[in-house]
Design a protein around this ligand. Structure first.
Ligand code: ADP
Length: 408
C-alpha cells in the first residue's frame, strides 16, 4: 500500500510518499514560494537517505497550490524517474491539519462535515488551517479517486481530562470563545508514546511516559495508560516552555502592562511574544548550537543565562508532569532537534533526579546516533529514551487506520 502525506502551508507544500509494506519513503519533496508570480522552487528526492537517492531541483513560479501539486504529480508519475504509474496507486492521502477545533477529537476521513470542522477552526488556527484546507481541496480535485484523511495536530491534547484542559476563566466566556488547552505537536507526541511503548515492550494501555519534543518550537506531553493527560502548550503554541522565538508561559498581566506602558496594540504584543522572545529575545540567537558556542567559547553572559532559563523551564514542566503521574513513569522520551541531538540539554534536564529513579548513563547520552535508544543506566527505575520523531510516518499510519475503519 502507498500513502501520500501532504503538509500544505501558506506558501509551501511538503510531501512524502510511503510504501507502507516496510514504511520506506519512496520520495519526498518541498515546494516553496507558492503564490510568488516571479519565482518558486521545488526540491524532489527519490529514495531519500538511501544509496539510491536522486535529487531533482526545479526553479519556476507556482501560481497556486494546484499548480504546485500538479507538478508534484508529474514528478511522481514521470516515465523515467517516477515511483508510481498513476495516482490511483495511492491508497489514501494523509493531510496534516493544525486545528480540529473544539469538537473534533480524532482524525477523520475528509467529507463535507470534516471540511466544515476545519473551516470552523480557522479563527483558532488562522495561519495554518486555511492553507491546510486548500491542500485538501486541491488534492480532492487532482486525485479524484483517492480518499483523504485529515490528521489534526490537536488530537493528542483532545484526549485530556476536563481538569487538564479547562482554564480558570469565567465558564461562559471560555464556552463562547472555545477557549481551552488544545496542545500542539500532537502527531509527534502520539508517535513517541506509541514508539516508547513498543521500545519498552509494554501494552500501550499500561504505559506511562513524559514526551519531550524539544525543537525550535517545544512542548512536553504527559501520557497515562497511553493517553494524554496533560501537555504544555495551550490555546495556542505560545504557552509552556521557553522556545526559539516564543516566550512560553509568562504572567498574563505582563500583556496589558506592556500595552499600557508602550501604547502598542495587543497584536504587536502577540508578535513580540511569538517572534521576538524566547532564546532570541534573551540572547539574540534561536539556534541552540550558536548559543552553546557563545556560552562556552565566548563566555557570553546573555547566552549563558538564556540556556539556564531554557533548561529550567523544561525541568519545571517535567517535574509537574512527574507529579501528575504520581511518580509512576515508565520513561522519559527526548525528541526533535534539541531532544535528539543535544546531549548537554538532556543531561542538565535530568541532573540531580537520581533520587526519583531517573538515572542517566552519561556515556550513552554522549554517543551520537540517529537510532531509537535507551540512555539511562541499567538500574534506572525510569528509563530515558531518545526517539527520533517522525510526524509524516505517524500521519501515514493514522490515515491507513482511518481508511481501514471506514471500510469495515
Ligand atoms: P522545528 O521546531 O523548527 O522543527 P527542530 O526540531 O529542527 O525545530 O529543532 C531546532 C533546534 O534543534 C535548534 O535549536 C538546533 O540548535 C537544534 N539542533 C538541531 N540539530 C542539532 C544538532 N545536530 N546538534 C545540536 N542541536 C541541534
Amino acid at each position: 500500500m502507498k500513502i501520500l502525506v501532504l503538509n500544505a502551508g501558506s506558501s509551501s507544500c511538503k510531501y512524502k510518499l510511503f510504501n507502507m509494506d516496510d514504511h520506506s519513503v519512496l520520495c519526498q519533496g518541498l515546494v516553496e514560494r507558492i503564490g510568488d508570480p516571479t519565482t518558486g522552487a521545488l526540491t524532489h528526492k527519490i529514495a531519500p537517505d538511501t544509496d539510491k537517492e536522486e535529487k531533482i531541483a526545479l526553479e519556476e513560479p507556482f501560481k497556486d497550490h494546484a499548480v504546485a501539486l500538479n507538478k508534484v504529480i508529474a514528478l511522481l508519475t514521470d516515465k523515467d524517474k517516477g515511483v508510481i504509474k498513476d495516482t490511483n496507486e495511492i491508497s489514501v492521502i494523509g493531510h496534516r491539519v493544525l486545528h480540529g477545533g473544539y469538537f473534533q477529537t480524532t482524525p477523520a476521513l475528509v467529507d463535507e462535515k470534516c471540511k466544515k470542522t476545519i473551516r470552523d477552526a480557522f479563527p483558532l488556527g488562522p495561519l495554518h488551517n486555511p492553507p491546510n484546507y486548500t491542500g485538501i481541496e486541491v488534492a480532492e480535485k487532482l486525485f479524484p479517486n483517492v480518499p483523504n484523511v485529515a490528521v489534526f495536530d490537536t488530537a493528542f491534547g483532545m484526549q485530556m481530562p476536563e481538569e487538564a484542559y479547562t482554564y480558570a476563566l469565567p465558564k461562559a466566556l471560555s464556552k463562547e470563545l472555545q477557549i481551552r488547552r488544545y496542545g500542539f505537536h500532537g502527531t509527534s507526541h502520539i508517535y513517541l508514546v506509541n514508539r516508547g511503548a513498543a521500545f519498552m515492550h509494554k501494552p500501550l494501555e499500561q504505559f506511562n511516559c513524559i514526551t519531550l519534543h524539544l525543537g525550535n518550537g517545544s512542548s512536553l506531553g504527559c501520557a497515562q495508560n497511553g493517553k494524554c493527560i496533560d501537555t504544555s502548550m495551550g490555546l495556542t503554541p505560545l504557552e509552556g516552555l521557553v522556545m526559539g522565538t516564543r516566550c512560553g508561559s509568562i504572567d498574563p498581566a505582563i500583556v496589558p502592562y506592556i500595552i499600557s506602558q508602550k501604547g502598542i496594540s495587543a497584536q504587536e504584543v502577540d508578535t513580540i511574544m511569538n517572534k521576538k522572545s524566547g532564546l532570541l529575545g534573551l540572547c539574540g540567537q534561536t539556534d541552540l548550537r550558536d548559543i552553546h558556542r557563545m556560552a562556552d567559547k565566548e563566555n557570553n553572559a546573555d547566552a549563558i543565562l538564556a540556556r539556564k532559563i531554557l533548561i529550567r523551564s523544561i525541568k519545571k514542566t517535567l517535574g509537574s508532569f512527574f507529579f501528575l503521574l504520581e511518580g509512576k513513569v515508565d520513561c522519559l522520551i527526548f525528541s526533535a532537534g534539541i531532544g535528539e541531538n543535544d546531549a548537554y540539554v538532556r543531561s542538565q534536564v535530568v541532573k540531580g533526579l537520581e533520587g526519583l529513579g531517573i538515572c542517566m548513563d552519561q556515556e550513552k547520552n554522549a554517543t551520537r546516533s540517529g537510532d531509537e535508544r535507551d540512555i539511562s543506566t541499567a538500574d534506572s527505575k525510569v528509563k530515558i529514551l531518545v526517539i527520533p520523531t517522525n510526524e509524516e510516518l505517524q500521519i501515514a499510519l493514522t490515515a491507513q487506520e482511518v481508511l481501514a475503519k471506514s471500510k469495515s
